[in-house]
Ligand binder design. Sequence first.
Ligand code: GTP
Ligand code: SPV
Ligand code: MN
Length: 626
Amino acid sequence: FHEVHEIVVQKLGHIPIVKGDFAHLPNKVQRFVAAWVQECRPRAVYICDGSDEEAHEIIHKLEERGLLHKLRKYEECYICRTDPADVARVESKTFVTTEDKYDSVAHVREGVQGIMGQWMSPELMEVEMNNRFPGCMAGRCMYIIPFSMGPIGSPLSKIGVQLTDSNYVLLCMRIMTRVSPKVWEVLGDNEFVRCVHSMGCPRPVQRKVINHWPCNPEKILIAHFPEIREICSYGSGYGGNSLLGKKCFALRIAMNIARDEGWLAEHMLIMGITEEKTGRETFIAAAFPSACGKTNLAMLNPTIPGFKVRVVGDDIAWMRFDENGELYGINPEAGFFGVAPGTNMKTNPNAMLTCLKNSIFTNVGETADGGFYWEGLEDEVDKNIAITTWLGENWRIGQPGKAAHPNARFTCPAGQCPIIHPKWEDPKGVPISAIIFGGRRPVGVPLVYEAFSWEHGVTVGACVKSEATAAAEHVGKQIMHDPMAMRPFMGYNFGKYLGHWLSLNKAPHKVPKIFHVNWFRLNEKGQFLWPGFGDNIRVLDWVIRRVHEEESIAVKSPIGWLPKKGSINMDGLGPVDWNELFSLPKHYWEDDIRESRRFLEDQANGDVPPAIWKELDELEKRVKEG
Ligand code: GTP
Ligand code: SPV
Ligand code: MN
């Protein structure tokens, strides 16, 4: 132990530690840091303590440099414009590396391009890494960030250490995760998830730096090593690429741990809905693909009386069955990284109120009076005010073009949300009674339906599809498969992942009911058939009644239980075309099932559990006969 310790200190010897006490870090952390210091060759090392002074110091530095700009309309809010080439997740450069390829990805049909995760061999990955990381932090400071996903010290939580050369990333990590020196104590000599991030822009810079945002879009690489619980990310400062606690750790790495330990790490919101008449509270977890409404649903402002909604999490859920077989979920994150455009006091007042202080706004517009602006705020700011767009151009409401990037985001502390659930940091989590899947489905898919069984529900999840959004690099309105809303976040073999879901239906587990919703069905004129947002409580009301075994409100259909006509509260809504909202065009469903079958055969042929094929066969038969 002492020998190793000495070597470590020697190795860091010529690199100044500008803050923190290296010698007091857990031994494994010292070795991890020393190895990466040697590789990345930063000018200095800074051990973060998560304090407010630290935040002020970093913010001050970034303001001086011009990367952050204070929004004087609010308290401690800052705006940041990135290099316009670094605005979303880059799925094409995201890889999982394992010894055996089929631990990472499923067997695909010959000649087919797999889309459920990408594997890179350890050999090739080594070449790619060597082509990027050596010297990548030259002239920059390496920040050491101790963080906990989940409440510090909770048995459900996991610890990570992120190294980064970006202080923007540090500021966001401080909001999105729990950064604290207490993490070192809890960690002791145990294992942690190793997270390494670099903007890939060593000094002297080779590439023109735009907006004071050094990055390296041509060489982006986001590498996951689940076997050693390590993540290496290069070239991008965008959320899902750089805040490694989020998708890389809490989904791709965590789902590997979850498979081994018998739990679930999912791209889901968690919310509690209390019926005021009885005081009964029901917790729901829901998975929708990126930019398809999780944050909005989680913080929903009910348009009908009698319900109180409170948010536990808006993006990621870790769920496990307790000793009595009840499913409990926690939100491993500490903040919201939400889509800004479309968010306003009508659609999501709770999100608006959460981000009026201590928040960071990335790639939004700015009004002349020091406020933020994005598409959707037309009715909430002075129509004539001068606005600077996310690209730095002068602009006014009503002019062509956009003020914010469609994937512009707010980063804010979850604890500030007016409807944050009092149990959101409960180490035990909250009991989950229903799981909802959904996506953007312009045609054919009804507002809501309920699966007949766990196996059927898992199949419904495996067949989730959605229109592409701006959260990743995809273009156009193509409908993409996005099983369980996890396509971009798969950390191991997709077929085995489905098997893991199925395996959870065993004694003493009480598996929750599974539903599918679609807020995005269009009429012939291309308008939404359903008002969505706060009115989604009407659908949740139906879901809750089903969870509590109300039988008379459902009718059997070929695809699952549908609401009986009139069983969804439509009081005070304008005209809603029930028949159109719930119609099941037979040809559409026949095609859809054929296409889903094809997708599963293409993407995970031999790895898809037989129970899924059986469910598809039965569904097909019901649709044919129905
Ligand atoms: P990620 O953070 O990328 O995982 O996204 P998310 O699933 O949390 O999506 P979010 O709630 O941020 O919504 C994304 C977009 O969908 C926003 O522009 C919303 O305005 C829009 N949206 C959300 N809910 C609804 C709804 O019920 N109906 C309609 N029409 N649009 C919605
Ligand atoms: C998503 O794309 O699903 C997000 C944003 O929640 S990111 O953190 O970039 O993944
Ligand atoms: Mn998400």
